[in-house]
Design a protein around this ligand. Structure first.
Ligand code: PFF
Length: 443
């Protein structure tokens, strides 16, 4: 039925455009800001291994499932779930899965924008030479000053929201696609430069050991949940972001191959960020478990010490902001597409309504760290894995095999069987076990 249908929102111009957009969604604050600090809080190597395992065993199969569902239905996630539920003759309650995702995206964007606002504030700090010649303690002081100023945070949060919503208002090709073409490769180059700097700090090996030498005694039940939740968060899974991007994907493009590529690129960026940051942490006697301020307290030390560091600092934070925008647009796109599909409202108006709502909720994060912590825990650790579990079960067990097989069009039967086995059994069991682990069922 839906095989030749096109989305009313348009389509990506090519396979490459989809890869860029989906990588743009995946690579963001999650890789450069969140991955290092949660790795630091959870003791390093063992956490990294659990995270990598989750990306491979849970993340990639779900990314394939989400893209496939989006392309088959060619609608926003809420409507896609309705269409696909009907097509499979399944129970109506599956509709809620779409809603869960839209709400999660809305909640995540509220704080995501505040953190991206910090990065914007740091563009100005880098430009005005605030980092040069400063000690680690002085650099930490800059961050505390920003934390203590709700006015500044609200200002930058507003700038970021306006920028994001104006890209979303322009739609699939005009806005989303253009924004990511140049930015992703440039960010990658700058990260390599930072890794090169980290090699000169003298604590390079200590940094690598922290990241890659596992000490499983440091892993808690909550650490395992955080690692799994982060696999969803960093790959933009479990809430329909990749599904909505999949709905703009032209026919005839291999979903499995592109998913593996996107997950690989995302993982590489996170690991590079870790390799750049931890040597600086150890060389300057900082705490690996410093929390959400970690990159803002470490990378400026590098910029303050290199020749031409102010320029690299400006470039880095500008690119980080763009990486955040290309993720932020995918956080709100499911909600905006839903409004456009269901009401007599154009894309621009829909973007404004959603933007204002998210902005207001973001004030909670500006004024209260525990508000941020609660929303982060609720979304990344609970809502995304639950959404992902639902998506895996839906794609693996509810949708008819002839439909999933036709949509994925894999080269051979073995690949299809492997994917189906992973989403039907391995992924759901893994998510379920991690939830039990947190509840303390295993002692
Ligand atoms: N993947 C993004 C990051 O790592 O920064 C965040 C994100 C985007 C999460 C879109 C979820 C999502 F649907």
């Amino acid at each position: 039925m839906t095989g030749t249908k096109k989305s009313i929102h348009g389509e990506w111009s090519s396979r490459f455009a989809f890869i860029l957009a989906a990588t743009g969604s995946a690579v963001g604050l999650g890789n450069i800001w969140k991955f290092p600090y949660i790795t630091g809080e959870n003791g390093g190597g063992a956490f990294v291994i659990v995270y990598l395992l989750c990306v491979a065993v849970i993340g990639i199969p779900i990314m394939i499932a989400e893209t496939m569902m989006g392309r088959r239905a060619r609608q926003c996630p809420i409507n896609a779930l309705e269409t696909l539920t009907e097509e499979a003759g399944a129970h109506k309650n599956w509709h809620y899965l779409g809603w869960l995702g839209v709400i999660a995206g809305f909640l995540i964007l509220s704080y995501y924008s505040v953190i991206a606002g910090w990065a914007l504030a740091y563009v100005v700090k880098a430009f005005t030479g605030s980092f040069s010649g400063e000690s680690a303690a002085q650099i930490s002081g800059l961050f505390s000053d920003l934390q203590a100023s709700p006015g500044q945070q609200i200002f930058w949060h507003t700038v970021f929201m306006v920028a994001t919503m104006s890209v979303v208002a322009r739609g699939v090709q005009g806005g989303l696609e253009k924004a990511v073409r140049l930015l992703m490769p440039s960010l990658f180059v700058l990260l390599i430069l930072l890794v090169a700097y980290a090699m000169t700090t003298g604590a390079y090996m200590q940094g690598l050991e922290f990241l890659f030498k596992p000490d499983f005694s440091k892993m808690t039940g909550d650490g395992v949940l955080t690692a799994m939740g982060h696999a969803f968060f960093t790959l933009s899974l479990g809430m329909g972001a990749i599904m909505v991007y999949g709905s703009y994907l032209p026919k005839g493009i291999s979903i499995a191959k592109t998913s593996i590529l996107i997950a690989g690129a995302d993982t590489l960026v996170a690991l590079l960020a870790g390799v750049a940051i931890f040597p600086i942490v150890f060389a300057n006697g900082l705490e690996a478990s410093a929390g959400p301020g970690l990159i803002f307290q470490t990378l400026p030390i590098a910029f303050g010490n290199m020749t031409g560091g102010w320029l690299f600092g400006v470039l880095f934070f500008v690119l980080l902001v763009f990486a955040a925008i290309s993720s932020a647009i995918s956080l709100i796109e499911p909600a905006v597409a839903w409004v456009v599909e269901n009401y007599d409202v154009d894309r621009k108006q829909a973007s404004i309504y959603m933007g204002v709502g998210t902005w207001a909720l973001g004030l909670g994060t500006v004024f209260s760290e525990s508000f941020f912590e609660k929303i982060d825990y609720l979304t990344a650790n609970l809502m995304l894995p639950l959404g992902g579990l639902g998506i895996a079960l839906f794609a693996g067990r509810v949708m008819l095999q002839k439909h999933t097989q036709a949509e994925l069009a894999l080269d051979n039967e073995i690949e299809y069987t492997a994917w189906k086995f992973l989403v039907s059994y391995v992924t759901p069991v893994a998510v379920f076990l991690v939830f039990l682990h947190v509840l303390g069922v295993f002692g």
